[in-house]
Write a protein that binds this ligand. Structure first.
Ligand code: CMC
Length: 425
């Protein structure tokens, strides 16, 4: 007999099964709650709700632990590449040599975009936000590469992973009015992306190995983060059996918001604002502490991490190294360090366990690599793709997969009659 939890409602007692995860987390299984009791649960923002069982990612927010398929993020960042981490995230195991070679080959094979897709790019006005373009083009892949019912989803997975750097780089090139650079399949994933972003017909562009490694590490760092807003969105959309491209396009839209992936762009904007204002961080800390201001320190706080976000710790080290190696002297980096120091010793932030998150330092690295600010969240999207795909696949393959359909506690009017317009006040 499995362990049970007891629920007492108006003197009636109900038993609900407990479920234990492999890392010891306990959950009350309420799947039968409504059928058995007529009750539902209410959990605004899903802070105490597990939406699924998953084998992809483990986070211990209290201890600051993040593992993809059991492997600590620190080890992946040091030893792996983004393409290898993508394989691990999607398929659950590190590839052997043969599997990895085949995987890399397939990702290279699919890097080109259908030429007609360029017309779609032409439709966007100059200055369109790259996230709008990126999400739209990813959704359009459903039209250009429809999957037959009988076809395996594997081809869509490879196409999407291979094409997203091209989609992202072309978004940038179009926004600059520069000629498109086609993918080069002799380059690594990150090097090919940088080449498509920065090569111009008028001058030489040397791909810096320091930039390539930093880009690869940033992508690894973003590859997966369990049931965050965009990943839950991908799972939600895929639960209606929407195709991979449509599901991921909705994930990209969810990521765009400043409380989620859009925060990396906002962090750099905030640091620039502090710099332009003379560099006094305490003024901005005071603003963030004032509830009436509605102002938040971007890149601080996390729903799950109540300790230093392990990704922020790694990224801080990488940013130090990259800036030194590339010889970049960025005053915003010093402001970031100051801000962190002051915030971490302030009672307001300590009490609420608000530490720097992944977005705090990633933007500074991207800036050092020459990535324009409005492209930052697109970089996050490229990185998060393996996670979205892994969750799309896991949900589709789950034996108990059902359409997502939460309930609500209705607090509106009770029944009332329609009033003709002539009688309304
Ligand atoms: N600056 C100032 N105060 C904050 C901040 C912040 N960045 N974050 C949270 N708080 C306060 C908040 O006002 C609240 O205070 P009180 O308890 O007195 O009302 C308390 O801390 C808890 O905040 P919350 O909004 O209930 O927390 P949440 O778990 O709903 O939100 C968050 C998490 C990440 C949306 C939030 O911390 C935030 O807005 N941070 C800034 C945006 C950001 O950096 N987002 C990136 C998140 S990490 C990457 C990703 O998910 O994409």
């Amino acid at each position: 007999m499995s362990e049970m939890a007891k629920l007492i409602v108006r003197e009636r007692e109900y038993e609900l099964p407990l479920i234990e995860g492999t890392e010891g987390e306990l959950a009350v299984d309420i799947r039968k709650l409504r059928d058995q009791t007529g009750l539902i649960t209410l959990d605004n923002g899903y802070a105490s709700t597990g939406s699924c069982e998953s084998k992809i990612c483990f986070i211990d927010g209290e201890k600051g632990i993040l593992r993809y398929r059991g492997i600590p993020i620190e080890q992946l960042c040091e030893h792996s590449t983004f393409t290898e981490t993508a394989y691990l995230t999607i398929y659950g195991e590190l590839p052997n040599e043969q599997q990895f070679e085949a995987w890399r080959e397939e990702l290279r094979y699919h890097t080109l975009l259908h030429e007609d897709l360029q017309h779609i790019y032409d439709m966007f006005p100059t200055g369109a936000h790259p996230m709008a373009v990126c999400s739209a083009v990813v959704c359009c892949l459903s039209a250009f590469y429809p999957r037959k019912e009988t076809e395996s989803p594997e081809i869509s997975i490879r196409r999407l992973l291979a094409k997203i750097p091209t989609i992202a780089a072309w978004t940038y090139k179009k926004s600059k009015g520069q000629p498109l650079v086609y993918p080069r399949n002799d380059l690594s994933y990150a090097a090919n992306f940088l080449n498509m972003m920065f090569r111009l017909p008028t001058e030489d562009y040397e791909i810096d190995p320091v930039a390539v490694r930093a880009m690869d590490q940033i992508l690894i760092m973003h590859a997966e983060h369990e049931q965050n807003c965009s990943t839950s969105t991908v799972r939600m959309v895929s639960s209606s059996l929407a195709n991979l491209f449509a599901s991921v396009a909705s994930g990209i839209s969810a990521l765009w918001g400043p409380l989620h992936g859009g925060a990396n762009q906002r962090v750099v904007q905030m640091l620039a604002e502090i710099h332009e204002d003379g560099g006094d961080v305490s003024k901005f800390i005071a603003r963030a502490k004032d509830k009436d201001s509605g102002y938040r320190l971007m890149g601080f706080g996390h729903r799950v991490y109540k300790n230093y976000d392990p990704r922020a710790r790694i990224l801080k080290g990488i940013s130090d190294e990259v800036l030194t190696k590339l010889g970049v002297n960025d005053p915003l980096f010093d402001i970031a360090k100051q801000l962190e120091e002051v915030a971490l010793s302030d009672e307001f932030f300590i009490e609420r366990k608000l530490y720097p998150n992944v977005d705090f330092y990633s933007g500074l690295i991207l800036r050092a690599l020459g990535i324009p600010t409005e492209m930052f969240t697109v970089m996050f999207a490229i990185g998060r793709l393996p996670g979205w795909i892994a969750h799309w696949k896991e949900r589709n393959e789950a034996p108990d997969a059902r359409i997502y359909r939460p309930r609500q506690v209705y607090q509106g009017y009770t029944k009332r009659d329609y009033v003709p317009m002539s009688e309304r006040s």
